[in-house]
Design a protein around this ligand. Structure first.
Ligand code: G6P
Length: 606
């Protein structure tokens, strides 16, 4: 949510800042801006809309300078217009910010008494104003920034530069991620490693409450107690930060097609060569667990919801699942024997992190399943389990979701093995098919033309329903979410059996109903619900295997045949059609698939 970057360089920084912002655009794309020191004085360019608007502006109105900061915005305070775009400037200070300064109103009142009035509607401008006020009191740039930051409440990652200070940048982190990159006589800061990937793979991550002073040749960091500290410098693998579409039209399309490979990698880490479930790091004793509490947001929440079915069914562990924004304020009692498990692609989602902190010290153990090993959620967990999805750029999550599912299923199988709730034969029956799943996913992807054809029809609808039963019910939710996110068509998911308790009133000849129903133990029940829909002229899109389609009969409006796998694995397999239908419907509607309106990939504010 908002991306920030800063460069203390040896070359002109404007084009490098814009390139870094391009890599951060998934975090927000309402407006963008950069500020540099041009001949020793701060100057900035800001533009509303996607980054391309800023690039165009810079062609006509370039910005020189070898030190600069940049920002791509997801609006929180103030509508997306030029005056609210970052960098914010007050006198000799320019600031970019990711997060929310919660006490900005009272700071503004205080600053008003000093005759300082804001130009924008943002919380961020207050930071620049406060620093400017302290500079006016005679403090040095470092002391003024430090004193101002100590007064901020809320979440922030900040980068700050000053008039006349060509070799100084301040960075601070509280609640929003920030990395420092080390170059040769150059220094960088960025919201994540991808932003800095072309410049360096040597990074350190600031921790909560850190305050850093950077020059081209040095970094000094103080922690929240004011003690000077060192943060480990790590060398990241370059291929982790690849940023290209690989010949696909969109990142979302590329990431959908990457799934057989990345899931295969996840499986290699979570199954031994003789197909026994294992962990890539640490150990877990599931036979000591009485209850599992799983918490997440968005797509990661639906991964947890799916896993509930697996843990309960396969391993007999009672599971609570909740969205983090509700969980954290409900103050649920955490009883002894509870393990809390947090799932997050980014590992930085503010509500999920707050929920984790609520459970720390209460639950027996804090587990996390994330895609970013250096993330706050991973670092604050007792055991952080990686999903091996690689960088995901498309704002609508695809490969991270299926990798989360793969890891959660492996955990449920390990739990079942330890608790003796599955026989060795039953376990191997599942894990053999699990091992072959990438091949089956490829077979589903081979059907993409059929999904595209169905999607052209879906694109004509105003409302779409998704139905699923049993372990396919959470996936119906994910299918509806994906469609809403990228095509802007209203979609709702219901448990097939719940339809008749109200939502069936929505069904008419204009409402397509997508049913994800492999021929499993609950198939016949679902088909009865399909009949109920068709009796009311509802248009069924049935996704099932050959046997399911035959048994469903010829009255189905549209159908696509899916390959077959073990029924436990179906939520992973049927994610492919859920994603492809959303993707192709969005293409048919002409929406911005990789950067849907109003969304951001990493939500670091409440
Ligand atoms: C945002 C993204 C979703 C994502 C959710 C949770 O809403 O747009 O795609 O599922 O955040 O993010 P996380 O990084 O915690 O998985």
């Amino acid at each position: 949510m908002c991306g920030i970057v800063g460069i203390l360089g040896q070359h002109e920084v404007a084009p490098i800042l814009v390139d870094a912002l391009k890599r951060l655009e998934y975090r927000g794309y309402d407006s963008a801006g950069i500020a540099t020191l041009q001949n020793g004085s701060l100057d900035r360019r800001r533009a509303v809309g996607k980054l391309v608007e800023l690039s165009d502006l810079l062609v006509h109105n370039p910005l020189a300078g070898k030190i600069g900061i940049g920002h791509t915005r997801w609006a929180t305070h103030g509508e997306p217009n030029e005056k609210n775009a970052h960098p914010h400037k007050c006198g000799p200070v320019a600031v970019v910010h990711n997060g929310i300064v919660e006490n900005f109103r009272e700071l503004r009142e205080e600053l008003a008494e000093r005759g300082l009035t804001p130009e924008s509607d943002t919380d961020t401008e207050t930071v620049a104003m406060l620093i400017a006020a302290y500079l006016d009191d005679g403090l040095s740039p470092v002391d003024a920034a430090k004193k101002a930051i100590e007064r901020l409440h809320g979440a922030f990652a900040l980068a700050i530069i000053f008039d006349g200070e060509d070799d100084l940048m301040i960075a601070a982190r509280q609640g929003s991620p920030l990395a420092i990159g080390y170059g040769s006589d150059e220094m960088y800061i960025g919201s994540d490693a991808i932003a800095l990937a072309p410049m360096t793979n040597k990074l350190s991550y600031l921790e909560e409450g850190d305050f850093a002073v950077l020059t081209r040749s040095s970094v000094s960091i103080w922690d929240k107690t004011g003690t000077q500290v060192q943060r480990d410098i790590r060398t990241l693998r370059g291929d982790n930060n690849r940023y290209d579409k690989d010949g696909f039209q969109h990142f979302m399309e590329k990431e959908i097609h990457e799934q057989p490979n990345v899931i295969s990698e996840a499986i290699d880490h979570y199954l031994t060569s003789d197909n026994q479930p294992c962990l890539p790091v640490g150990e877990l004793e599931f036979n000591k667990i009485d209850r599992l509490t799983m918490v997440a947001c968005g797509t990661a929440y639906y991964a947890c919801f799916t896993a509930k079915y697996w843990f309960e069914r396969l391993a007999g562990i009672p599971v609570d699942v909740d969205v983090a924004s509700e969980f954290r304020y409900r103050e649920p009692p955490i009883t002894k024997g509870t393990v809390a498990l947090f799932v997050s692609q980014s590992g930085e989602t503010a509500d999920t992190l707050a929920a984790l902190r609520y459970c720390a010290g209460k639950a027996d153990q804090i587990l996390s399943v994330t895609n970013v090993a250096e993330s706050s959620i991973a670092r604050e967990s007792d055991l952080a389990l990686p999903i091996y999805a690689g960088v995901e750029i498309g704002v609508a999550s695809t490969k991270a979701f299926t990798c989360q599912l793969a890891v959660l299923l492996a955990l449920a199988l390990k739990a079942a093995q330890q608790r003796g709730t599955l026989s060795q034969e039953e376990l191997l029956e599942i894990t053999r098919d699990f091992r072959n799943l990438p091949m089956v996913l490829n077979a589903a992807l081979d059907q993409k033309d059929k999904f595209e054809k169905v999607s052209r029809k879906l694109a004509e609808a105003r409302d779409i329903l998704f139905l699923g039963r049993g372990v396919m019910y959470p996936l119906a939710h994910e299918g509806a979410l994906k469609l809403k996110e990228v095509s802007y068509i209203h979609a709702e998911a219901y448990a097939s059996g719940e339809l008749k308790h109200g939502p069936i009133a929505l069904v008419d000849a204009k409402v397509p109903v997508v049913v994800m129903a492999p021929k499993d133990g609950l198939f016949d029940k679902t088909i009865s619900n399909v009949q109920e829909v068709m009796a009311r002229k509802g248009k069924i899109v049935l996704l099932s295997d050959a046997q399911g389609l035959t048994e469903a009969g010829p009255e189905i409006w549209r159908s696509v045949e899916m390959p077959k796998t073990h029924e436990v694995l179906n939520p992973i397999l049927y994610s492919i059609p859920a994603q492809l239908l959303a993707y192709y419907t969005a293409i048919a509607k002409g929406t911005d698939v990789d950067q849907p309106r109003n969304l951001a990939k990493s939500v670091t504010v409440e």
